[in-house]
Design a protein around this ligand. Structure first.
Ligand code: ZN
Length: 252
C-alpha cells in the first residue's frame, strides 16, 4: 500500500471535521514559525539561544534581578509586538467563524490567535498582550508598557511604584488554574482535537490529547516532526501548517 498523500490526508481530515460535533484545536510554537517567530526549541534558531532562560526568565529572577529580567524580556516584546498572524492562525479563525471549531487552546504567548480573530481562546501560558503590577494588580496593554520603564530599565507601576511583570507564565510559576481547567474540559468533551504545530512534549498541555482519546474522541496531528501521539492519531500530517490548514479550510 502506498503512503497516504497530503491531499488524501487533508480530505480525510475535512471529513472528520465535517462529522464532528465538537472540534478543538491545540496549538504550539509551530503555528507561529511562519509568522517569523522561531521555535525556541529549534537549535541555533531559538530566541533563547544566547542566554539561559532558566537563569533570567524565571519568577525568581524577576524578583531577584528585575533589571536583568527586563534586559532580556524587552527585546522579546519588540520582536513579538510587530508580528502578524500566519495563514495557519487565520485558517483556525475562519473555521471558528464557520461554526466548525469550538475553541483554540494555545501554549503560545504571542497573541497572534486573537489578532487573527479567534474568539474562544485559552492561553495556558498567558500572553504578552498585557502586563500587570505585581503589587496592586494594575494592568497595561502591550503598547503602553514601553512608557513604564524607569531610568534603570525596570517597568514600574505608575500608581504604586510596584514591579510590572508580563502576564505570561514564567519558569517556576504555576499555570493559570482556570485556563487549565477549561482546557481539560474542552479536551474531555471534544469529538476531534486538532493538534497543530506542537511536539506535545510539555505537560500539562501534552496530556490533553490523551483526555480526548480516553473519552472516545479522535486526534489529528498537524506538525513537523514526531509526537508521542502519532500512533494514536486518526490523521497525521507532517507539512507546513500555513499550507495544510488553508488546504483544510478549502476542502470544507
Ligand atoms: Zn501597582
Amino acid at each position: 500500500m502506498n503512503a497516504p498523500t497530503t491531499s488524501s490526508c487533508v480530505k480525510h481530515l475535512a471529513e472528520l471535521v465535517r462529522n464532528s460535533e465538537r472540534t478543538v484545536a491545540l496549538t504550539g510554537a509551530g503555528i507561529s514559525v511562519p509568522s517569523g517567530i522561531p521555535d525556541f526549541r529549534t537549535p541555533g534558531e531559538g530566541l533563547w539561544e544566547k542566554v539561559d532562560p532558566m537563569k533570567v526568565a524565571t519568577i525568581d529572577a524577576f524578583h531577584r534581578d528585575t533589571r536583568a529580567f527586563w534586559d532580556f524580556y524587552r527585546p522579546r516584546f519588540d520582536l513579538l509586538g510587530d508580528k502578524v498572524p500566519s495563514a495557519g492562525h487565520r485558517a483556525l479563525a475562519e473555521l471558528e467563524e464557520r461554526g466548525l471549531l469550538d475553541a483554540v487552546i494555545t501554549q503560545n504567548i504571542d497573541r497572534l490567535h486573537s489578532a487573527a480573530g479567534t474568539r474562544e481562546l485559552i492561553e495556558v501560558h498567558g500572553s504578552i498582550a498585557t502586563s500587570s503590577c505585581t503589587s496592586c494588580g494594575c494592568t497595561w496593554q502591550l503598547d503602553q508598557v514601553a512608557d513604564l520603564f524607569d531610568p534603570d530599565g525596570i517597568a514600574t507601576c505608575t500608581s504604586c511604584l510596584g514591579k510590572v511583570k508580563p502576564d505570561v507564565v514564567l519558569f517556576g510559576e504555576m499555570l493559570p488554574v482556570a485556563a487549565i481547567e477549561r482546557a481539560r474540559e474542552l479536551a474531555e468533551t471534544a469529538d476531534l482535537m486538532l493538534c497543530v504545530g506542537s511536539s506535545l512534549e510539555v505537560f500539562p498541555v501534552a496530556g490533553l490529547p490523551e483526555l480526548t482519546l480516553e473519552a472516545g474522541g479522535r486526534v489529528a496531528i498537524l506538525t513537523i516532526g514526531p509526537t508521542p501521539y502519532d500512533g494514536a492519531a486518526e490523521v497525521r500530517l507532517d507539512g507546513d501548517v500555513a499550507e495544510v490548514l488553508p488546504a483544510l479550510v478549502a476542502a470544507l
